[in-house]
Every structure is written in structure tokens, then in C-alpha cells.
Design a binder for this molecule. Sequence first.
Ligand code: NAP
Length: 240
Amino acid sequence: MKTALITGAGTGIGLASALALAEAGYRVICSGRRSDPLEALSKEIGDRAFPATLDITDPASVENLFDRLPEDWRAIDILVNNAGHDIGGRRPFHEGASEQWAAIIETNVIGLMRLTRAVVPQMIARCSGDIVNLGSIAGITAYAKGAPYNASKFAVHGFSQALRLDYLDAGIRVLEILPGVVRTDFAETRWGDRETGQAFYDSYDDCLLPEDIARTLVFAVSQPRHVSLTQIVVMPSSQA
Ligand code: NAP
């Protein structure tokens, strides 16, 4: 049975992806910093899930992840680099605190690269693997009051393209999914306030749901090995 490692699996797109991949027959390692949602999700999925606390901004946490997994769960077939945030975002650049935009880059870019670096050697050794990066429409289109988040997702976009080229002959596919607005905990986390988060999503006629992205992900990784869906932009139908 193939094994997927998903970051940020306790909520939103990561949670929906864990459920969808388990439904599609994969074993899922559900990772994130908060253990409660991971435990609850793993209980819901059953034998096919393993909860693992992981902070991708902490080199030690990434380094010792594999020691904390059961031996027969350590071969990763699909890495879903999903964890990310925009804490302190949606304000003119000079009004943001440098600690906050450094944390955005540290999580969305460096953390994603750090975990990829930890997983990719075993994929090279097996000459097989899929790396799915959660980019964003914010990684190809800039918007006002989004500089740190835009910078992070433009970086994910460039990293994904270059990574794919490094492993063209290594049997490793690198896929980037670039969603528009998805109704998750993301906006609440950005502002640290549930009501403001909900109001943000309510201001759109239409939002994507986490399940829409999860379905896209399962479709992408289910393609025959000679097919690589390298970049998939997913937008709510009513939005430009
Ligand atoms: P979400 O519900 O807030 O999920 C983000 C997840 O990331 C959380 O489960 C969080 O769990 C985890 N996380 C944050 N920092 C982490 C760290 N240092 N180490 C490990 N896990 C960490 O938001 P979402 O919308 O599902 O976001 C998932 C991805 O989709 C992000 O990369 C986001 O940029 C991208 N995206 C979202 C949208 C949207 O509109 N929602 C649109 C385009 C792209 P813990 O706090 O427990 O660690």
C-alpha cells in the first residue's frame, strides 16, 4: 500500500486531502503542530492513518520525524507540502511586523524545502515518488497588501518548477496545485479572529471547498507515471 505524508493535515486542505487519499487507498501520515486534530483525524480514518506532530520550521522536528514513524511507514510515496499561513498579512508591507513576514517565509518556503530535502533522497533511491506542493494563485498573480504571502508563493512556484527539472530522470513527479480562495481556517489564522475570517470568505460570491482541492490532488497523483500534471490552477467558477 502506498504511503502519503501530508503537512498541515489537521485542518482545511490538508485534512480533506488526508481523507481523500485514504479513501483512494493510500496510507496517510497526518502531520502538523497541534496533536489533537491529528489524533481525531487518524481515529476517523482508522488503520490507514498515523498521526505525527511535525513543525516544518524546526529542523530537529523534521530531522527526527522518520525515527518517530513505525519502520514500515517510512517509505514515502507522496509528499504533500500543504502547511502554510499568512499571519499578519493583508496590510501594506511597511505596516507588517518583520517577525510575522519572516515566519510566513520560514513556513511556506523554507519549511517546505526543508521537508522536501528530508524526503527526496529516499525517492531518488527508489526511483519513484510524487511531491505535491500547495502553491496559490498568489504565486502567479500579485495583489495589493499581499507582499510577504505573494513572495512566499512565488517562491513555491519557482521552487516547484526547478525541483521538477532536477528529477526528470529520477522517476519523481513534482506537481503544484495553485488554488484561488478556499474556505478553510486560513483567514481566521491570518487575522487571529474567527469572525473576521468568516467575513472574508463571505465577501466572495463563491469560494472553493477543501474537498475540491483534495479531489484535484487525488486526480493528479492517480495519473499513469508517464503523465505529470505539473501545475493545476483551481479557481471558483465565478472568479476571474
Ligand atoms: P489552514 O486550514 O489554516 O491549514 C494550514 C495548516 O498548516 C494547519 O493545519 C496548520 O496546523 C499547518 N501549519 C502551519 N504552520 C505549520 C508548521 N510550522 N509546521 C507544520 N504545520 C504547520 O489553511 P489551508 O487553506 O488549508 O492552507 C493549506 C495550504 O493551502 C497553505 O499552504 C495555503 O497557503 C494554501 N492555500 C490556501 C488558500 C485558501 O484560500 N485557503 C488558497 C491558496 C492556497 P498547525 O497549526 O497545527 O501546525
